[in-house]
Design a binder for this molecule. Structure first.
Ligand code: PBG
Length: 324
């Protein structure tokens, strides 16, 4: 056997042939679109660090949600920017907090759209860290209690999925327990299970006004140089603690982690195509170096091919229009 009996090019000899043998298809059904909501009213302001992304207020976000739903995208992921920050991030679980208001507005305007909420304190704390600070360090266990309060208040406002992104130990247990105790049995937890301390979050930290005032996030987010085993251990623990969906973040530099997680675990796997990955494409396209559309499709297809079931991406609206 071998050449010339085998000619690999036969299977890619025409567009129809390529379609016939292709394995990975992008689907609108897999997309989650992130949205940023800030205190105020009548706001729709472009985010400087992220092309085609906006800061909305709770009253204007509903129209955006309706548009997202009309494109067939099943879910939005909400990030909140409160006016008032303090050292424990208490606006995060306020009943009239900015995300809580936005959830109610979206549920009124587009009831079929799933609302996912980012559960993390960094946008709410004056110091910008993802938890409470004790002796200059993020204190794990008290932080979990606050995250549980935050997740519960999102559930009370009507969130379908809560997505903790802080990387504290034991936060999935704390959140699951709070949800069960308060009879939110169907609220789904999508855990940022393997989240790395990444430079690719740069544009987001501007958009979310969440850069840490001192130090960095390396004592809680994972080391990019750590082994695949550590990522698998993180994911296994979160599933054991009650996560329904697990996530790898960022996506592009971590396709090996996505592939390993897909092989090992049965629950739905999400990948977060983060702000830096998005802006690399947008800027290169704007500079005339890349075909923006083709690059977007290739990258998202690759994340899916690696094993992601769910794609969280700022490209969601663009790609939905493209593949419709
Ligand atoms: C934390 C959070 C971050 C992102 C999502 N949730 C920033 C961070 O961990 O510093 C990054 C998302 C992106 O870059 O697109 N609340």
């Amino acid at each position: 056997m071998g050449f010339p009996k085998i000619r690999m090019r036969r299977l890619r000899s025409s567009s129809a042939m390529r379609r016939l043998v292709q394995k990975t298809t992008l689907s609108v059904d897999d997309l989650v679109y992130p949205l940023f909501v800030r205190d105020g009213s009548g706001i729709k302001e472009p985010i400087k660090s992220m092309d085609d992304c906006f800061h909305f207020s709770p009253d204007t976000i509903a129209a955006e949600a309706v548009e997202v739903a009309s494109l067939g995208i099943p879910a939005v992921l909400l990030f909140g920017l409160p006016d008032k920050k303090d050292d424990i991030g208490s606006q995060a679980w306020a009943e009239d907090g900015v995300v809580q208001q936005a959830i109610r507005e979206i549920k009124k305007a587009a009831p079929e759209l799933l609302v996912v909420t980012d559960v993390c304190l960094c946008e709410y704390t004056s110091h910008g860290h993802c938890g409470v600070i004790k002796n200059n360090k993020v204190d794990n266990d008290p932080t979990c209690e606050l995250l549980a309060k935050m997740a519960l208040s999102h559930a009370q406002a009507g969130a379908d999925i809560v997505a903790p992104s802080d990387m504290m130990d034991g936060r999935i247990s704390s959140i699951r327990e709070a949800l069960e105790e308060n009879n939110f049995k169907d609220v789904t937890i999508m855990s940022y299970a393997a989240k790395y301390a990444s430079a690719f979050y740069g544009p987001f930290r501007d958009a979310a006004e969440s850069a840490p005032a001192f130090g960095d996030r390396r004592t809680y987010q994972m080391d990019p140089a750590s082994g695949t085993e550590q990522a698998m251990a993180e994911i296994a623990l979160d599933i054991e603690e009650g996560a329904d969906i697990v996530m790898v973040k960022p996506a592009l530099a971590y396709l090996d982690i996505i592939a390993a997680a897909k092989q090992r675990f049965d629950c739905p796997l999400a990948a977060y195509n983060v702000s830096g990955e998005y802006m690399m494409v947008k800027n290169s396209a704007a500079a005339g170096l890349l075909d923006g559309k083709a690059t977007m499709l290739e990258l998202l297809t690759s994340i899916k091919r690696a094993g992601a079931d769910i794609l969280i991406t700022y490209f969601a609206k663009d790609v939905a229009k493209e593949i419709k």
